[in-house]
Design a protein around this ligand. Structure first.
Ligand code: HEC
Ligand code: HEC
Ligand code: HEC
Length: 379
């Protein structure tokens, strides 16, 4: 089994399907190549975290499994008691019939995903079928198309939720190809999608965190995070930032939808990259400066504007949409909004969110590039 190809491919398919591929076309140049990542160190905690992301994101499970009565509210119900009841139900004749224990519940959960009509929870069947046909889609088929490893991750998550020790196998090194067949240097990963720096650049993390030399301090420094948190904790902080709020910082500042926009493989690479950061940022006293940006898009990239504003396809909404801004503001006002953001605060937004040190960092030529660009940005 070739787990990562499957993950890479199915995640791309799913992003397209869910209509959240907006981040991909402009920001990630090549999404056609399957991504290869080492799953080394993806321990059971990582599997559970991945399962939760899939359950709430690409698996679309919470579309039905919620409090609206369309399907059992698995995340809220006492599944520790419910799963054994299902197995003991005389109507249940599936693979785990007559069995008990964590392994039997694994089989039950996997069967629910691959063959939902094998057993239909009373009252939830399709209308008129007397609970013989389930309205739940088969999740390893299109359009959801979870891979075997992804279904195992979801199963680990649900088992953990029911207070059980997950029994699913971890993805093993043998699941990953030793080298890919593109022949470019014996399985050297595609540089763009598999480097932590690039993923950070694309998802705008450096607009808020001191990463890639940005010096930003809206979010906590992530240097030395490997000492404070384990890998599963880092994964959780990225996909569920409001679950635990870092001391001295506010909730609801970090975007809460990275679990949907990051591809599974990118999430794992990012977590490993953050875990490997040294305790302190690398010294930058060698006077080396970032080169001058020579196009507006380079300015946006260099200063991380798209991490907060819907620019260059990012759809970020920490700051206001800047489309059509040339109609409401003059070039001078835009200049001021960039150099002294706290002079006037855009309606519905808060002060002190936009970095106020662009005046020190931006060259005049960069400033006029971005102002021109914004003046001409269509509605
Ligand atoms: C279109 C709606 C829908 C979606 C999407 C959906 N389900 Fe379901 N699911 C149902 C319904 C309805 C039932 C109850 C009927 C049945 O037993 O098949 C159910 C039953 C289940 C059960 C058995 C629950 C129990 O109480 O015994 C599990 C486990 C499950 N789903 C997991 C999932 C997972 C995991 C996903 C996402 C990968 C998912 N479902 C996506 C509608 C859905
Ligand atoms: C709009 C600003 C913003 C962006 C963009 C952002 N973060 Fe954050 N992040 C924060 C803030 C504020 C906190 C602290 C509050 C909290 O824990 O949610 C935080 C917390 C974290 C933490 C937990 C740190 C700790 O010490 O507890 C991690 C890990 C993290 N972010 C990683 C990322 C990654 C990776 C990205 C990009 C994919 C990202 N952040 C993008 C603002 C941001
Ligand atoms: C960390 C998030 C963040 C980053 C990075 C950021 N901004 Fe902002 N920006 C905001 C927020 C929040 C506001 C609204 C509050 C305010 O007016 O200060 C804003 C306001 C603005 C406005 C005024 C909009 C209006 O309708 O009044 C402009 C123009 C602007 N930003 C341009 C930029 C440019 C250009 C960059 C990159 C050089 C950038 N921003 C980087 C968060 C950010």
């Amino acid at each position: 089994m070739n787990f990562l190809r499957v993950i890479g491919f199915s995640v791309v398919m799913l992003l397209a399907f869910m209509g959240i591929s907006h981040l991909l076309p402009q920001v990630v140049p090549d999404t056609s190549e399957p991504v290869e990542v080492s799953t080394d160190g993806l321990d059971m905690d990582g599997m559970i975290a991945l399962g939760e992301t899939i359950y709430k994101g690409k698996g679309t499970c919470t579309l039905c499994h919620n409090g609206m009565g369309r399907a059992p509210d698995t995340l809220e119900m006492d599944m520790a008691a419910t799963f054994p009841e299902r197995l003991a139900d005389p109507r249940y004749t599936g693979v785990a019939a007559g069995k008990e224990g964590a392994k039997a519940i694994e089989d039950y959960i996997l069967e629910s995903m691959k063959d939902p009509s094998a057993y239909v929870v009373a009252g939830f069947g399709k209308k008129g079928t007397n609970d013989t046909e389930s309205p739940m889609p088969v999740v390893d088929k299109a359009p959801i198309e979870l891979s075997a490893v992804e279904m195992n991750a979801v199963t680990a998550f649900l088992q953990d939720l029911a207070g059980l020790e997950p029994t699913v196998p971890l993805p093993s090194a043998e699941d990953t190809p030793v080298s890919d067949d593109s022949g470019d240097g014996g399985g050297e990963p595609a540089p763009l999608l598999t480097s932590g720096e690039n993923i950070i650049g694309e998802y705008g993390c450096a607009a808020c965190h001191d990463l890639n030399g940005s010096g930003a301090d809206i979010g906590p420094s992530l240097y030395g995070i490997g000492k404070r948190m384990d890998r599963a904790g880092v994964i959780e902080s990225i996909i569920a930032p409001n679950a635990v709020i870092a001391d001295g910082f506010d909730a609801d500042v970090m975007p809460a939808d990275f679990g949907e926009s990051l591809r599974g493989s990118e999430l794992l690479v990012l977590a490993d990259y953050l875990m490997s950061l040294p305790d302190t940022p690398p010294a930058t006293d060698d006077g080396e400066e970032e080169p001058l940006a020579t196009t507006a898009l380079e300015v946006i990239d260099k200063f991380g504007c798209a991490g907060c504003h819907d620019l260059d396809g990012s759809e970020a909404d920490v700051g206001p949409k800047l489309n059509g801004i040339g109609k409401r503001m003059s070039a001078d006002q835009i200049k001021t909004a960039i150099l002294n953001p706290n002079d006037t605060i855009a309606d519905g937004f808060e002060a002190d969110m936009m970095p106020d040190d662009f005046a020190d960092q931006m060259d005049d030529s960069e400033l006029s590039l971005i102002v021109d660009y914004l003046m001409n940005l269509p509605e």
